[in-house]
Design a protein around this ligand. Structure first.
Ligand SMILES: C[S@@+](CC[C@H](N)C(=O)[O-])C[C@H]1O[C@@H](n2cnc3c(N)ncnc32)[C@H](O)[C@@H]1O
Length: 273
């Protein structure tokens, strides 16, 4: 009897190719220090659109006082996160992560010191009124000194039709040692800023996982997002932009009023309550 080939695990591939929860948590803590110079440290993180909630799991490792609530609509990544991220925590850490199948617009999870939105996930809201509504809800979900942190991407390099490939190596991979990650920019409409992206994977044996993840987004600009944060009642909206050295990004994000005209960029916009 012929054995059926095992379907590659798209969440495992995604986690290796795209995510770096340690880097994100380091950044959140440093931005908190920068914006809230005195007073108590942040304790409760809410991770909206959390998927496999890797960031929440990293957050609770950093202090026994840290708690995290992750929210996602889709039970599939949540179940993957339970099996692969949450199970790796010790029992105290496990007790401080609460991943919920919920819509970020309806959640009752309140009192967050940090509300983090990774991988541009709020781009799912295409209408101005929808995004404003979400920002209002986010603001009311924060503690009195809370910060709302939004990861954004942009530049001509996010608009051009392209397929960007990178080879990803897995150090401790047993059957899977390396694979190719393909970021595909399928469509962009300059009138609406609707943008369609997909992630494909190609494995060592030549098999492919096309459209493993598909994102139908609106590519919001930083000034639009800042304006909406202020309209939603945030007292300030600040931008952390990546420092460059000889034209290359350093991975260091600093608070800036103006950025360099990068071909493609990732930045963080923070709504200050
Ligand atoms: C781009 S993925 C990001 C996952 C994760 N934050 C990351 O960085 O890898 C977007 C996630 O948002 C979830 N999602 C979309 N709309 C949502 C909503 N209204 N409320 C909660 N989750 C939502 C999807 O199920 C998906 O898992």
């Amino acid at each position: 009897m012929k054995r059926k080939a095992k379907r590659p695990d798209k969440y495992l591939l995604y986690q290796h190719a795209v995510q770096s929860p340690e880097v994100h948590v380091d950044w959140m803590l440093s931005a908190w220090k920068d914006l809230r110079r005195s007073g108590p440290a942040p304790k409760l993180l809410r991770e909206d659109f959390c998927g496999t909630y890797a960031i929440s799991c990293e957050w609770v490792k950093r202090s026994s006082e840290h708690r995290a609530i992750g929210l996602d609509l889709d039970p599939e990544p949540l179940a993957w996160g339970l099996k692969h991220n949450w199970k790796k925590l010790d029992s105290s850490q496990r007790g401080r992560v609460d991943a919920r199948e919920a819509n970020v617009l309806n959640s009752t999870a309140r009192g967050a010191d940090l509300l983090f939105v990774g991988n541009f996930s709020f781009f799912i809201f295409k209408e101005r009124a929808q995004l404003l509504n979400y920002f209002r809800i986010a603001r009311s979900s924060l503690s009195s000194r809370g910060l709302f942190m939004l990861e954004m991407a942009g530049g001509p390099g996010m608009i051009a039709p392209l397929r960007e490939r990178k080879t990803v190596r897995i150090e401790d991979g047993k059957s899977l040692k390396k694979f190719q990650y393909i970021w595909h920019q399928k469509k962009f409409d300059p009138i609406s800023h609707d943008a369609l992206y997909a992630i494909h994977f190609k494995l060592e044996d030549g098999s492919r996982l096309d459209d493993a993840f598909v994102y139908d987004w609106r590519l919001w600009s930083i000034p639009e997002v800042k304006d909406l944060l202020l309209e939603a009642g945030f007292s300030d909206a600040v931008v952390y932009w990546e420092k460059t050295q000889r034209g290359e990004g350093t991975g260091d994000y600093v608070r800036m009023l103006a950025g360099d005209n990068a071909y493609s960029w990732i930045a963080y916009v923070v709504g200050v309550k």
